[in-house]
Design a protein around this ligand. Structure first.
Ligand code: PLP
Length: 281
């Protein structure tokens, strides 16, 4: 069945949805995106995602094409038109179409595209196996741009080895996963994840999960960690908008938490889903 997608003010069947070949998103990856989860037909963590969208756009000298409220309405309308109960909404804003030139055009109109991806998000998780790879991405990973070839290649390298994903390493320390933030739980029970900087994406799920953990008295430390430390850890996990909290059960061939999901990751996943449902808009 064809989806209804949103393109520049119109809701159209996906076969009819088009953007210009001159679009700078296509030519220069001059675009930012967001992915939000939908649970019970409602948008999870919307304020966080829209705030990050505005920041990403601002860092690239672009403005918001819509107000936060209008953008929420587009998300909701897409959910309604596609009768989606659970899944993801992808949103992309590009600088727009202009004759090809490295300099930003002065008067391009931004391109805005949103589409739904229906999929179950809340089932039990068996955990993922990851490999470590050098982080080859650019230096502004805090901006959520669509230049995703490096993480896409890392994901393919993991798949080629029969694994699920890659943890990216720079100067000896894990930055993050290809499309998620990375964590370990030390043998003392402390949750460790890399501190925020331009080296990683400032995950919306990360912020929510760290808040939940702190509220429940779990100790959290934001600092870099190595693959070796992760391999010795009691648990490891990743977070992302549609992955929620997903256990990591193997790192570079070394089983973590006995090769099965650990209790801290499972508990945080339940808590995140529970609070995410309650605050969804
Ligand atoms: N890090 C990277 C590189 C990502 O691509 C993503 C999500 O796509 C995340 C972290 C997690 O961010 P969020 O929790 O906002 O989905």
């Amino acid at each position: 069945m064809s989806r209804i997608v949103y393109v520049n003010g119109a809701y159209v069947p996906e076969e009819e949805a088009t953007v210009s070949v001159f679009d700078r998103g296509f030519l220069f990856a001059d675009a930012v995106y967001e992915v939000t989860a939908v649970l019970d037909g409602k948008i999870v963590d919307y304020p966080g995602h829209v705030a990050r969208l505005e920041r990403s756009l601002g860092e690239l000298q672009m403005g918001m094409p819509f107000s936060s409220d209008d953008l929420l309405e587009v998300h909701r309308e897409l959910v309604r038109r596609n009768s989606m109960d659970e899944g993801a909404i992808y949103l992309q804003v590009t600088r727009g179409a202009a004759d090809r030139d490295f300099a930003f055009p002065k008067h391009a109109e931004q391109t805005v595209v949103l589409f739904t991806q229906a999929k179950p998000l809340t089932g039990a998780k068996k955990g993922i196996r990851v490999i470590s790879l050098p982080d080859m991405r650019w230096g502004r990973r805090d901006i959520k741009t669509v230049q995703l070839l490096a993480p896409s290649m890392a994901k393919m390298a993991a798949k080629a080895e029969g694994k699920d994903d890659a943890w990216l390493v720079q100067n000896g320390f894990v930055t993050e996963g290809t499309s998620n933030n990375a964590y370990i739980v030390t043998r003392e029970g402390k949750i460790v994840t890399r501190n925020l900087s331009s080296s990683i994406l400032h995950g919306i799920t990360r912020a929510a999960v760290l808040k939940l953990a702190a509220e429940r008295g779990m100790e959290v430390e934001e600092r870099p960690f190595t693959i070796e430390e992760a391999q010795q850890a009691a648990e490891a996990f990743v977070t992302a908008a549609t992955t929620f909290v997903c256990p990591v059960i193997e790192i570079d061939g070394v089983a973590i938490s006995g090769g099965k999901p650990g209790p801290v990751a499972e508990r945080l996943n339940e808590l995140y889903i529970e609070t995410g449902r309650k605050s969804a808009l």
